[in-house]
Design a protein around this ligand. Sequence first.
Ligand SMILES: Nc1ncnc2c1ncn2[C@@H]1O[C@H](COP(=O)(O)OP(=O)(O)O)[C@@H](O)[C@H]1O
Ligand SMILES: [Mg+2]
Length: 423
Amino acid sequence: MTILILGSGGREHTFAWKLVQSPLCQKLFVAPGNSGTADIAENIDLSVTDFDAIKTLVLEKQIDMVVVGPEDPLVLGIHDFFLNDSDLKHVAVIGPQKAAAQLEGSKEFAKEFLFRHNIPTAAYQSFDASSLEAGYNFLETLSPPYVLKADGLAAGKGVLILNELDEAKAELKSMLVDAKFGAASTKVVVEEFLDGIELSCFVLTDGKHYQILPTAKDYKRIGEGDTGLNTGGMGAVSPVPFATESFLQKIEERVVKPTVAGLQKDGLDYKGFIFIGLIKVGDNPKVIEYNVRMGDPETEVVLPRLKNDLVEIFQAIANQKLDKIKIEIDERAATTVMLVSGGYPEAYEKGKEITGLLNLTDVLPFHAGAIINDGKVVTSGGRVMAITSFGDTYQEAIKKSYQNIEKLHFDKMYYRKDIGFDL
Ligand SMILES: Nc1ncnc2c1ncn2[C@@H]1O[C@H](COP(=O)(O)OP(=O)(O)O)[C@@H](O)[C@H]1O
Ligand SMILES: [Mg+2]
């Protein structure tokens, strides 16, 4: 088969690394890709939301399957675009249709879905500019901290957690009335704060059947001890040591099954990954959010542990035969540490040469914000590279990641030295 991956991050390099191992993958394109995917596939420079350019590419290269990495094209309806075009409808698209992608595209839609299907989640109400007073009243019924979420996509910046009631009211007003997050905060979900430890569960579904992938925990803050600004993710560990068999059972029964059944009941066609953000409150899972694609950097620890042929899995999803697949998981732990450009997630410089890649041993370096320029690998983004290792324990794996990072260099390189510290 000829396959196209859309996206350019560490997640997409990991997908590419996994797909090219399949004898079923004859030719792989990544658009736009990065220096890592350039090594193992053919990069095509186009925007993942330029559907017409994607159509031209798919027809020209006779692509059989499109794997969508990031959320934007899904929320904009790329899967529907393919289904509604007679030239494209035979192409398998891995990623949900637009209506189901609202699970990520709208926090309010997701909360309504969770409540409709009795899936455990925080209590909430949602507001717009006309109901600001009601929003203030609702905040007064809650105890701090206060959780405010912009309804729409806000590149991971749309959630505010505030300790003071006055501050929460002021921020609610700024989101609704002053469009603090642009159109994304036309509506705001205000929810009860849940106290607990977070983890993510990854599910594959063909709309009828599901398969559960390994759990992972990511580290979102820039600073050690989980302090400072939010980032796209600074590292990840899989499996999550506190996710015991009985806790996983609860996740499957109370969250995964009703989610997949709910999609069917609501007539939401879904072929792809569901990322379920969970928080363990006491001994029970509660859903924080859904994403309609894999996480980054969780992909960099979850996919390396998957022993199956990923093309076979994707074909089973496309043909609604996912029940025929038996998922096989590597028992070892995997960890990844993200190298970032100094200054990230605020302003940072690009174009720094990355050296030492050839000295790495026994790790998987997944490129993210890195490109090839004049034959050299140089930085092109905030999150530059994820260094994944295996170990019998996560401590062993993380040690390997850190030992190898010592061999890498670029100007102002930064990374957290405490991934897994809290486990
Ligand atoms: N109800 C809640 N209680 C406690 N923390 C929350 C709650 N909702 C979100 N958070 C925190 O805020 C983070 C971001 O929220 P999330 O819903 O995942 O939005 P996004 O990933 O789109 O920014 C979560 O990872 C979690 O740490
Ligand atoms: Mg999140």
